[in-house]
Write a protein that binds this ligand. Structure first.
Ligand code: SIN
Length: 202
């Protein structure tokens, strides 16, 4: 239930929530969180891959010298609870909510305040962990799931980071390794995706 006295809720986005938030927000700001790095280390069997043929999607991993740049969204108060519920559902493949300090760096706007961030840690069953960049790119090139191709996930993110003026070596390295076009999904993968219940895309 909406409580006008409660503090605003911000979500810090570093992956698909940057380019496809899929929820109403009151405002957004560019900035970063310290001590975290963005990595394609999380397996996806519900959005960008399938059970037995997982895709690779983003999580953040603690790294003392790292900073992860992205977008923070202030949730619309009237739809806040429903949005959080929908996000928990969308990120249910292994992510947990963390509270982090968001550092705003958006034109003339600065400052820092708490935000929620979805983190898929090494203990979740879909976690894949580090791998050589070429192997990650190969897996991304191949994988496809109910929300679309894994390739789209990477390329949309890469394009949005460029638009936002955010440099990320991990993402740039992977985008450079992708071949021009992905093979079409097999009939089997397509059939499986159609039989699965509708999920919000990520
Ligand atoms: C995020 O975008 O912040 C979480 C990971 C994802 O959904 O790709």
């Amino acid at each position: 239930m909406f409580d006008p006295a409660s503090p605003p809720v911000w979500i810090f986005a570093y992956g698909s929530l940057i380019w496809r938030p899929g929820f109403c927000y009151a405002e957004r700001a560019r900035g970063f969180v310290r001590g975290w790095s963005r990595r394609f280390w999380q397996g996806s069997t519900d959005h960008r891959g399938l059970p037995g043929a997982p895709g690779r999607v983003l999580t953040v991993t603690p790294e003392a010298s790292g900073s992860c740049w992205g977008i923070a969204y202030r949730l619309d108060e009237c739809t806040r609870d429903a949005t959080l519920q929908a996000l928990d559902e969308r990120e249910r493949g292994g992510y947990e909510r963390y509270v982090v300090d968001f550092h705003c760096n958006d034109g003339a706007r600065s400052g820092s305040w708490p935000a929620l961030m979805y983190v898929a840690g090494p203990d979740n069953p879909n976690y894949l962990g580090p791998a050589p960049l070429a192997s990650i790119a190969e897996q991304v090139q191949r994988a496809h799931g109910p929300s679309g191709s894994n390739r789209e996930y990477l390329l949309e993110l890469h394009a949005m980071l460029l638009t936002l003026g955010i440099e990320d070596d991990h993402i740039q390295g992977l985008a450079a390794l992708l071949r021009p076009s992905a093979p079409p999904p097999t009939e089997q993968a397509q059939g499986d995706a159609e039989e699965r219940p509708h999920v919000r895309s990520a």
